[in-house]
Every structure is written in C-alpha cells, then in structure tokens.
Design a protein around this ligand. Structure first.
Ligand code: ZN
Ligand code: ZN
Length: 255
C-alpha cells in the first residue's frame, strides 16, 4: 500500500496546501479518500494516475472534503487523452446520491452520467466494503456532522486510518487502532477546542488509544499551525512517531 498526500489543508486557503485528499494504491487498486478543492490539480502535480482512479470515498459533505468532485468527474469526461471506459465507484455517507443529483441539476449531467459506468454507493457507519483484491474499506461514525465518517483501509501490506473530520471520541480511536499510518485531523488550538474538531490534547489522547505506527497530523487551521502542532501533541502525551502532513508526501506502508 502506498499513500500520497494530495491535500492536507482546511477551509482556509493556503499557498502550499489544498483541501483534503489522500491517494492510495494497493495491489493495482487506486483510491482517493476525500476530494476537496484543489485535490484534482494536485493529483496531476504529483504525477498520480488520476485518470485511472477506481474508487473515491467521501467522509462527509463539507465543501473542503468534496468540493472538487464535480471537477474530477468533469476532468474524467473531458480532460482525458482517451475516453474512459473503466467503471468508477463513489462511496460516501447516506445522502450522497441526492446531493449528486442536485449538483447535476446545477452543474451538468457529468456528475451522474460521465460517459463511463459510475456507481454511487452510500455506506453506513460500521460497514465494510471490498474495493479490490485484498483491499477493504471500513467506516465508523465521527462526532462532526450528522453523516460524518472515519475510514479504515485494510490492504495487502498494512492498514491505513483516516479520521476525516471528528471531535474527540474514544470509539473512533478504537476503530482506528493499530494502523500503520493514521491520518488525523487536528484543527484548532486547545484554547479554542470545540466538540466537533480535534485539538492537540484531544488528538494525543486518541493517538494513545489508536497507537498507530506513524501519526500524520493534517487539517490544521493556521491559528494552530503557527504553534507547531506536532510538538504540542507530543507534549500532550503522544510519544510515538508523528509528522505534519505535507501535500506531496508519499509513504510506502508495510506491515
Ligand atoms: Zn468538516
Ligand atoms: Zn474539514
């Protein structure tokens, strides 16, 4: 399993980061977790095979996590060298189909009929879906929006966890336990902590339960970024390996 960070940012526009998007290749299956604004261009910038995506999985319906989905489908219809025939599956919480239908009314039919087989699959918290040979997507509810999910991708060589957006939750931490890499949101400073996002102290507590091989700290708002979140998470009690997620970072995940 190989992870490339296509976008590690937030709703706050930044020069060197775009919104959330994580590209994973495992045994020939290509998956994008979230598709926030800017992600499609970063897939091209980092020379990732965006034309050959098999699955796109969306954690929740905030704009910074799915705003580039219309662009991706537009690009796959009109921006490719040769016409795509391979199927694409879109995964997301209940309500995804209705939102795509409404987006199609506003932006065009490419959202529901891009010229190749498009399957929209709504996935419940606690479900498991097979994405390819030896590659499973598992989900859990997060305390963020009514529909928000965390993802656990279990592949041929390792498991990868992604909190999506979440507030503090022992249940989410247990769901993500033992992953080789855990991509975790850490939105705000402890002084501004809210129940629907993580801060260094709450992420440190969850990381101690989840105990990933490596913690990738992402979705950090500028007010926290200037305070060095990785250092703060360490001081709050998570002593394992951790790093700030950076757009373009690529990691091979082995067991
Ligand atoms: Zn959100
Ligand atoms: Zn977000």
């Amino acid at each position: 399993m190989r992870l490339t960070v296509a976008g590690s940012g937030t709703a706050a526009p930044e020069a060197d980061r775009v919104c959330s998007g994580y590209f994973i290749e495992d045994g020939g299956t290509r998956v994008l977790l979230d598709c926030g604004p800017g992600v499609v261009h970063h897939l091209a910038r980092f020379e990732l095979p965006w034309q050959d995506l098999d699955h796109v999985a969306i954690t929740h319906f905030h704009n910074d996590h799915l705003g580039d989905l219309p662009m991706l489908l537009f690009a796959l219809k009109w921006g490719v060298d040769r016409r795509r025939t391979a199927p694409l599956s879109l995964w997301g919480p209940a309500g995804l189909k209705e939102r795509l239908t409404r987006l199609a009314e506003a932006l065009g039919d490419h959202l529901i009929d891009p010229g190749f087989p498009l399957t929209v699959r709504e996935i419940e918290p606690g479900a498991t879906a097979e994405l390819g040979p030896g590659l499973e997507l598992r989900t859990a509810k997060t305390p963020h929006t009514d529909e928000s999910l965390a993802f656990r991708l279990v592949g041929s060589t390792a498991a990868l966890g992604y909190t999506g957006d979440t507030g503090p939750s022992e249940g989410v931490a247990r769901f993500l336990a033992g992953c080789r890499v855990l991509i975790a949101e850490c939105s705000l400073p402890d002084d501004d902590a809210i129940p629907t996002h993580l801060s260094p102290s709450s992420l440190a507590a969850m990381a101690r339960i989840a105990a990933p091989g490596r913690l990738l700290v992402a979705h950090v708002y500028p007010s926290l970024d200037v305070l060095e979140p990785v250092r703060l998470i360490r001081e709050a009690g998570w002593r394992g390996a951790s790093a700030r997620a950076v757009d373009g970072l690529a990691l091979d995940l082995r067991a």
